[in-house]
Write a protein that binds this ligand. Structure first.
Ligand code: 26Q
Length: 841
């Protein structure tokens, strides 16, 4: 037993004689001894629980605080340095940051995993068990939020000064449970157990106005100005989280804003005796940062969502301006030399109008100067081409909420449309297409247009997507300002998605090509010289096998389903959406089921089909697709005629934490969206880095993944984007595919007849009807090509060595998809932000 009863009795000298006493290295020492002393210290002074009641969760909190202490001086030094040196800083404005569990990642980036393991083991604890205690802040929906988190990791690792700005939602994305095969949403109260990573800064708070009206007034110099008289006032307070770079001292900041009632406001009601009104105000104000909105909600035009966006944008911009003015008293016209502000999709695009308001109304700049600074400061990243996902706000809602911003947007629009008319005389249709105000179906503010007009750089997130952007939704803007448009293909951090989540592969790569690759992922090419080495291939397979056993254990503990780690693991994890076509994968599974049922002697290479992902709570069809998956799974898993060579799992509540188990265990990565619909995808990259082979369409970053991997290491199927457009233009008739393909007809028949729903022919009817009569995402058009391609996959799987070669080559050629490459491109092409190394002395 360890000396828990007396946690501070720990030696003040470590084995190697280093001082680890409470005033010395307890907060900064990186040795196992220092960490052990620090954990003991926190158990007493922060956790305050007697030894007898300590659980791994207490150790999780104590170790987290000890690790945060170790980041603290790097954090202060980083911020101090860029203030002193007046370096240019990137501000990444995003309504979502899907950070994932922090402890393991911070240990990795600080280089103290081994020390922490040893320290805990001395205290009778297992690091893995302690790590498993951490929940995750689910402050994002999916790809876009996780991308923001990967980019923060790379910015810190590449030593670029940066701040992430977002919202500290009290409730993150809902927790998904599966009940009777249906998705059930449970609230995610992630803060109840405390958050050891954040530091609240109640002194750093800003006022946020809302509603009301504007009025003109004459200032002391006799100049006409506008004043916004709000209907409501609230306050944003900041919570800062350190973002430690890997192997460097740089420790950047993620600032998340939380809404509070303005004290004086509430006090007024309080003083007039209306205590309950004061409390009411407080409750209303604090709802602003209460909950993250799911995407794909049909009724997304919620007033509160607009307030959320404005809330975090104004706090962030006020913070930036206040730092700017304090920093060596820089004049405002230097703003674009010192700050690059990136808009992560249109969610923060109100920033364009808000910066204009701050510069003109509060800092009294002239219009032209303010506009010049604004455009030079902002960049805009687009993440979708789907017309239904492009953000617009009904004019009435917008004007009632942000009356001053609407005036400014009208003025921006007038000046902008004058420019359009000058460039394209007589083309009034173009003028109305490009207007910031949409006229179709009631007037609205078009946020993508506002973001584009207000930014000097606009980019898509994969080569294909950036091209399509220029040809479709932003075509007119491209014709006007071709120089503004570029591409930055997404990337993912290899620290979290390889080193942290796949320690077996990390060790094998270290052993094979030596260190250095984790910050220079192109070096993975070095693995290619080992593809012909049978011993290496064997080790490669052993790592994958162990990862599959680890996932199988988890799957069993959650679902009760047993998976055989020798089978092929065929995985699709992502948000559930019709365009991502989870149902296409199900059609293939049913085709195999049908073949096995029709030919009892048939054997097929055994496969485990694994799905995971959340559906937006109000997305009817997506929820039916989950029911389809689980219903087919229940039938298959229970039928000995088929479960000898196939099983199906729906893994509930796919999130960053369990993703760590999923990507390393996959053999086959399903990236099967309708060509032209998935802007990039990033899961596709996480699979590739971990040695999965992709089956996919020419969509999003799949195109580049195939280019890098080589066509022979990628299973391609389906219509191309231009073929998709042509099929639609020619009047697509999904039924013709059913008529011409007996197997497909049989598959649909099985669903419709209630084969998977105990004879119930109603539950899944909407899915079948929609496919047969509308099929907006061409599932049936791609069916034959997909199923034939899957047969090819099955044949390839039988040749173990050939498959291993494909797997190794995928990892070896995945270097391009490191977020380090993407962030370098942003820094060089768009932000002009240079590395700044941080000295601790
Ligand atoms: C908008 C208005 C109201 C409520 C919610 C939303 C909302 C929230 C989140 C709309 C969209 C999102 C998220 C979008 C997203 O994750 N897009 C994905 O971004 C990835 C990173 O670039 C790409 O890889 C994916 O292709 C893209 O779908």
């Amino acid at each position: 037993m360890t000396d828990l009863a007396n946690p501070t009795s720990g030696e003040s000298l470590g084995v190697n004689g280093s001082a680890v006493g409470p005033t010395g290295q307890t907060r900064s020492g990186m040795s196992a001894d220092a960490l052990r002393a620090a954990v003991r210290d926190h158990l007493v002074y922060s956790i305050a629980r007697p030894a007898a009641v300590l659980t791994p969760e207490h150790y999780y909190r104590a170790l987290s605080l000890a690790v945060r202490d170790r980041m603290q001086k790097r954090w202060m030094a980083t911020t101090q340095d860029w203030l002193d040196l007046s370096a240019k800083v990137t501000c990444y404005l995003s309504a979502e940051f899907l950070m994932g569990p922090q402890l393991g990642n911070n240990l990795l980036n600080l280089g103290i995993e081994k020390q922490a393991r040893e320290a805990l083991s001395d205290l009778g604890q297992d690091l893995d068990e302690v790590l498993a205690c951490e929940g995750e802040p689910g402050l994002g929906n999916g790809g876009l939020g996780r991308l923001a988190a990967c980019y923060l990791d790379s910015l810190a690792t590449l030593e670029r000064p940066s701040i992430g700005y977002g919202i500290r939602y009290e409730f993150g994305i809902f927790r998904q449970e599966i009940s009777d095969g249906w998705q059930v949403e449970k609230t995610d109260n992630w803060l109840v157990r405390g958050n050891p990573w954040e530091i609240d800064k109640p002194d750093a708070s800003y006022v946020v106005n809302w509603g009301g009206h504007t009025e003109q007034y004459e200032d002391v110099t006799g100049r006409l100005r506008v004043r916004w008289v709000p209907q409501r006032v609230l306050q944003g307070v900041s919570y800062d989280t350190p973002v430690q770079g890997y192997g460097v001292n740089t420790c950047n900041t993620l600032t998340l804003w939380s809404a509070r009632a303005v004290e004086s406001f509430a006090l007024e009601a309080f003083n007039t005796g209306d205590f309950y009104k004061a409390v009411d105000e407080e409750v209303v104000s604090e709802t602003v940062s209460k909950v993250l909105y799911p995407n794909d909600e049909p009724e997304a035009g919620k007033r509160l969502r607009l307030l959320q966006q404005y809330f975090f944008v104004t706090c962030s911009l006020q913070d930036i301006l206040s730092i700017h003015l304090k920093r060596a008293h820089l004049p405002l016209h230097r703003l674009p030399d010192k700050w690059a502000i990136q808009l992560n999709d249109t969610h923060p695009s109100i920033a364009v109008a808000e910066l204009m308001r701050l510069l003109i109304d509060e800092h009294h700049l002239a219009w032209d100067d303010a506009w010049d600074l604004t455009v030079r400061t902002f960049g805009y990243t687009n993440h979708t081409l789907l017309p239904e996902a492009l953000e617009t706000w009904p004019l009435r809602i917008f004007g009632e909420a942000l009356p001053r911003h609407l005036e400014l947007i009208y003025e921006i629009n007038d000046r902008f449309l004058d420019e359009v008319r000058a460039r394209f005389p007589g083309d009034e249709e173009r003028v109305s297409r490009m207007s910031l105000i949409g006229e179709d179906g009631g007037k609205s503010v078009r946020m993508a247009h506002l973001a584009t007009v207000g930014s000097h750089a606009v980019n898509g997130v994969a080569a294909l997507h950036s091209e399509l952007l220029k040809q479709s939704v932003l075509k007119d803007f491209y014709e006007m300002w071709p120089e503004r448009f570029g591409n930055v293909t997404n990337g993912v951090t290899p620290r979290r998605f390889l080193a942290l989540s796949n320690p077996g592969l990390r060790a094998l790569i270290d052993d094979t090509i030596g260190p250095g690759w984790l910050t220079d992922l192109e070096r993975l090419h070095g693995l290619e010289s080992f593809v012909d080495d049978p011993a290496f291939r064997l080790r490669w397979r052993e790592v994958k096998r162990a990862n599959k056993s680890r996932l199988a254990e988890y799957v069993h503990s959650i679902t009760g389903i047993e998976l055989d780690p020798t089978w092929m693991f065929d995985v699709q994890v992502k948000r559930i959406h019709e365009y991502k076509r989870q149902h296409l994968m199900v059609l293939h599974i049913i085709a195999l089921y049908q073949r096995l049922k029709n030919n009892p002697g048939l054997t097929i290479p055994p496969r485990a089909f694994i799905f995971g992902g959340k559906a937006a709570p109000g997305y009817f069809m997506a929820k039916r697709i989950i029911k389809l998956i689980t219903a087919v799974g229940d039938t298959i898993n229970a039928d000995p005629e088929v479960n000898r060579c196939m099983k199906l799992v729906f893994l509930p509540n796919f999130n960053v934490k369990n993703a760590h188990l999923v990507y390393p265990a996959a053999n086959l990565s399903e990236q099967i969206s309708t060509a032209g619909k998935e802007a990039s995808g990033t899961g596709n990259m996480k699979f590739m880095i971990n040695g999965a082979v992709t089956i996919g369409t020419l969509d999003g970053a799949n195109v580049e993944i195939r280019q890098e991997a080589g066509a022979e290491n990628f299973f391609l199927f389906g219509l191309t984007e231009s073929q998709v457009e042509k099929v639609k233009a020619d009047g697509y008739r999904p039924l013709s595919h059913v008529e011409n393909d007996a197997e497909l007809a049989g598959v649909l028949e099985l669903i419709a007849n209630g084969e998977f729903t105990h004879g119930d022919t109603e539950v899944l009817r909407p899915v079948v009807d929609n496919l047969v009569h509308h099929d907006p995402f061409l599932v049936l058009a791609d069916y034959r090509s997909y199923v034939d391609c899957q047969d090819e996959v099955s044949r390839a799987w039988l040749d173990r060595d050939a498959w291993s070669r494909m797997s190794i080559r995928n990892t070896a050629r995945s270097g391009k998809f490191s977020s380090d490459r993407a962030i370098r491109e942003y820094c060089d092409e768009i932000w002009g932000v240079r590395p700044m190394s941080v000295d601790l002395e």
